[in-house]
Design a protein around this ligand. Structure first.
Ligand code: SF4
Length: 189
């Protein structure tokens, strides 16, 4: 008799700080138990850059601030049965979405870039140029939560979510007992 295959998980970091991926490691030794049941496909944790198989679970850190983020997120939606938004950046834009509040002119994105690269008191940019290399992904007009771009199935709130909450949620999803996030387990620090 053949062994049942492991649950395939893929992860990606979009407009985030990688803190939510670090929080995955906060599952500590429980990761070893989890590895009995899951295998990681495309992920910064495996350095696999493209989907090798369709995945059961996709975990997204960060929202969408540029066109590449949108492309990756849509690719995850196409290739994953269940898509998880991990952390506040994925759920509501988080810290990168602070730029959405810059709206004093008709061109808020330009205003934001000028402040970041030229006019802010702390900036030391002798060229007075805003980076515009064609290799850089185009910035969106604002930062979007993942659910504004694709359907998200599961939210794991927090900044960053605790390893306990991540483990509990993943275990419940694997067991088919997941009923939703518990508000009292959300952490912001
Ligand atoms: Fe970093 Fe917090 Fe955003 Fe996660 S939710 S990517 S820890 S800022």
């Amino acid at each position: 008799m053949t062994e049942p295959r492991k649950i395939r998980v893929a992860t990606a970091s979009l407009a985030g700080c990688f803190g939510c991926h670090m929080a995955l490691l906060d599952m500590d030794e429980r990761l070893i138990d989890l590895m009995d049941r899951v295998e990681f496909d495309r992920s910064p944790l495996t350095d696999i850059k493209h989907f090798r198989h369709r995945c059961d679970v996709g975990i997204i850190e960060g929202g969408c601030c540029n066109e590449e983020n949108v492309h990756v997120l849509r690719e995850f939606r196409r290739n994953c049965d269940v898509l998880i938004a991990l952390g506040q950046c994925a759920i509501m834009g988080g810290l990168p979405a602070m730029r959405n509040a810059v709206m004093h002119s008709d061109e808020p994105l330009r205003e934001c870039l000028e402040e970041a690269y030229i006019t802010a008191r702390e900036v030391r940019n002798k060229t007075h140029h805003i980076p515009n290399d064609p290799a850089l992904p185009l910035l969106l007009d604002k930062v979007y939560p993942c659910s504004d771009v694709v359907k998200i199935d599961v939210l794991i709130p927090g900044c960053a979510p605790t390893g306990d909450v991540i483990f509990e949620t993943l275990s419940q999803l694997l067991d088919g007992t997941y009923v939703g996030a518990k508000p009292d387990t959300v952490r912001f620090d």
